[in-house]
Design a binder for this molecule. Structure first.
Ligand SMILES: Nc1ncnc2c1ncn2[C@@H]1O[C@H](COP(=O)(O)OP(=O)(O)OP(=O)(O)O)[C@@H](O)[C@H]1O
Ligand SMILES: Nc1nc2c(ncn2[C@@H]2O[C@H](COP(=O)(O)O)[C@@H](O)[C@H]2O)c(=O)[nH]1
Length: 206
């Protein structure tokens, strides 16, 4: 599928800092819009329905799967998460760039549907720092942190499937890297689209 808007996918093990980086990038880049996912996970802390996530029941999630409403969905840390087609396609059709914060399984599904999607993986500087970020965030129990650390090993093993990798050690440095990737890939994709349109025109296909 090809829309005028671009799709950026940011994945990382839980706690590596993707939400913090995406939030900071969204404040700097007015062409980017976030996508709000659906999840069966209960809200934590100050999370609000429709802001961080659409929090839905298992039957509601099942019904959306049945209705083919998701562009991708996956089981992550014992819950289900999905990006609805509605969350991204209208915006991309209108030329907006959309950024998704999803897990690696979702990123792979997205790449199969949107070949132009730019997939970025965020790594923590070390396992110790990853655990300590999850602990300092203070939103998950010790059991959940253990499960997320265990899953992180499987997630990090998928890094080679991504277009870009950023190590989030110093936050500002990682944000600069993310901003540079988004900016340069946006220019590259626009140039490719222009070149393709010119070729089609020259061949009188359009
Ligand atoms: N470069 C950094 N140095 C130190 N702490 C950081 C850095 N980046 C993010 N953090 C902190 O680490 C914690 C985890 O970050 P964040 O919630 O953004 O991770 P996440 O990858 O989105 O996790 P999840 O997938 O669970 O939502 C937060 O408390 C955040 O403030
Ligand atoms: N495949 C998808 N993964 C998603 C989506 N939305 C979030 N996520 C990922 O889930 C984990 C856990 O998130 P948390 O908010 O419970 O800490 C994290 O890796 C997210 O990126 C989605 O729509 N699809």
């Amino acid at each position: 599928m090809d829309y005028p808007g671009n799709l950026f996918v940011v994945a990382a093990p839980s706690g590596a800092g993707k939400s913090s980086l995406c939030k900071a990038l969204l404040e700097l880049d007015s062409r980017l819009q976030p996508s709000v996912s659906h999840t069966t996970r209960p809200p934590r802390g100050q999370e609000k329905h429709g802001r961080e996530y659409f929090f839905v029941s298992q039957p509601e999630f099942d019904a959306m799967v049945e209705a083919d409403a998701f562009v991708e969905w996956a089981h992550v840390h014992s819950n289900r998460y999905g990006t609805s087609k509605k969350a991204i396609e209208d915006r991309m059709a209108m030329g907006a760039d959309v950024i998704l914060e999803i897990d690696f399984q979702g990123a792979i599904q997205i790449k199969n549907v949107f070949a132009n999607a730019v997939c970025i993986f965020i790594l923590p500087p070390s396992w110790e720092e990853l655990r300590s970020r999850l602990e300092r965030r203070g939103e998950d129990s010790a059991d959940i942190i253990d499960m997320r650390m265990k899953n992180a090993q499987l997630e990090v093993a998928q890094v080679a499937k991504f277009d870009f990798v950023i190590i989030n050690e110093l936050f500002d440095r990682a944000l600069f890297d993310l901003k540079t990737i988004v900016h340069s890939q946006r220019l590259k994709i626009s140039a490719q689209r222009r070149a393709r349109a010119e070729t089609f025109q020259a061949l009188n296909i359009l």
